[in-house]
Design a protein around this ligand. Structure first.
Ligand code: GLC
Length: 421
């Protein structure tokens, strides 16, 4: 059974391979996506280090001169996706989007480096330089005042596209667009599972605005009507900085360690301040209103990937996770049931994502909650075993939803089944 699913997972990665990089799924997402590829690289690393490194090397081809790694790299044309490269209007030699995504890259690089033999060292060193520049870009472009938190300027940058967290900041984003919207996603997947048209107009309003600013980081930061400290991005960035620091002695550039340590100290303080006593949860923050966004999501568990939560908070989060799993046996709902805005089938408003489960399990394991981490891995593997490698799962029924034959779901299956073996 397990072996059969393992070969199915590998077959999905092979089918979604476009020549050294992987698309998230055929049709719905026909290009290379930033954080998807980081998870996919780890999945490949369970059986093919060369291919794992190639996934990250293809992401690196999309890196901008200032260090930013975009959320989509348009290596080859496709007409099944909107908005394509002509709407983004960026000027990189490989066409890309103009915004980023949660920086899982360094976490993946460390995962690969830990299992690679010495012959791969030059490639790992080259990728260290890539990701070091990426993290420096985050600090400079997205935390220009040294506040200790990086800002996210588009909901797509969070990777959790239509989480109810963004409803409040989106209320100030107009629905007007200069681009004519031709949605393609609802031709692949039922509209009831996707973001609404009103939300989509706001997403494109932001793209139009930033493109008209020439994708200048400083101009975007100043003009953004949507500027938030996403709990997910900040927690992942801190975990990624810790991974980079661990890589530095063997693979880093001389002197990079001190700069990474400085960024870690600053980010740790910022992340700790996102704990909200009223909700007893780590929350995103609306940087324009200067207020916490009072919605509990699975991303609020990602600080467990870092050393930030103290023992009392770890104990509290652990108890909350255990209670959640008693009523939903497929891992952690993206928006917790009971929160306002929860919808079990609509994209990031409730469904369970395998990659979120993987990160939460890693975070729990880091804080020695090994039983709970194992429970999440088992539940995720079982859900995939029953329903296949879809995009996400209904948190109440475990039903597989969204796109099919998804690369990062396949990669997560490989990672989790290996950890359970
Ligand atoms: C959706 C998800 C995003 C993911 C992309 C490709 O946009 O919200 O997180 O990277 O699909 O799978």
């Amino acid at each position: 059974m397990t072996t059969d699913l393992t070969s199915q997972a590998k077959a999905i990665l092979a089918a979604n391979d476009r020549g050294g990089y992987t698309v998230p799924t055929h049709g719905l997402y026909p290009f290379q996506w930033n954080w998807d590829s980081a998870f996919v690289a780890m999945g490949f690393a369970t059986y093919d280090i060369d291919r794992a490194l190639s996934e990250l090397e293809h992401l690196a081809r999309g890196q901008w001169a200032d260090g930013m790694i975009p959320h989509i790299i348009f290596h080859a044309p496709s007409d099944t996706y909107f908005p394509g490269p002509e709407i983004w209007g960026t000027r990189h030699r490989v066409p890309t989007s103009g915004i980023t995504q949660p920086p899982v890259f360094a976490i993946a690089l460390k995962f690969i480096a830990d299992r690679a033999d010495p012959s791969f060292a030059p490639r790992i060193r080259a990728l260290f330089a890539v990701v070091d520049a990426y993290h420096r870009w985050f600090a400079k472009a997205r935390d220009p005042h040294g506040a200790g938190l990086v800002a996210t300027l588009h909901n797509w940058e969070t990777g959790r596209d239509n989480s109810p967290e963004w409803d409040i900041p989106f209320a100030r984003v107009p629905q007007t667009t200069t681009t004519v919207i031709r949605r393609r996603d609802t031709g692949h997947v039922d509209a009831s599972m996707r973001p609404t048209d009103a939300d989509y107009r706001r997403y494109i309003h932001l793209v139009d605005l930033y493109r008209d600013l020439g994708w200048s980081p400083a101009a975007m930061f100043a003009a953004a009507p949507f500027r938030i400290a996403d709990i997910g991005t900040n927690a992942i960035l801190l975990a990624a900085e810790e991974a980079l620091l661990a890589l530095a002695p063997d693979h880093g550039l001389a002197g990079s360690g001190d700069a990474i340590r400085t960024r870690i100290t600053r980010l740790s303080q910022g992340l700790a301040a996102l704990w909200n006593a009223d909700k007893a949860w780590f929350l995103s923050r609306d940087l324009i209103a200067g207020e916490a966004i009072p919605v509990r999501t699975s991303a609020g568990l990602l600080p467990l990937l870092t050393g930030v939560p103290n023992a009392a908070r770890v104990g509290h989060l652990q108890a909350e996770v255990a209670a959640h799993l008693a009523s939903a046996a497929f891992g952690i709902a993206s928006t917790l049931p009971g929160e306002s805005g929860f919808e079990p089938k609509r994209y990031w408003r409730g469904p369970v994502w395998a990659v979120m489960n993987w990160m939460i399990a890693e975070g729990l394991a880091r804080h020695r909650c090994t039983g709970l981490a194992e429970r999440i891995r088992k539940d995720t593997v079982a859900a995939i075993g029953r329903q296949g490698f879809g995009e996400y799962f209904d948190p109440l029924t475990g039903e597989s939803l969204g796109g099919e034959a998804f690369s990062w779901t396949a990669a997560t299956y490989l990672l989790m089944s290996e950890a359970l073996a």
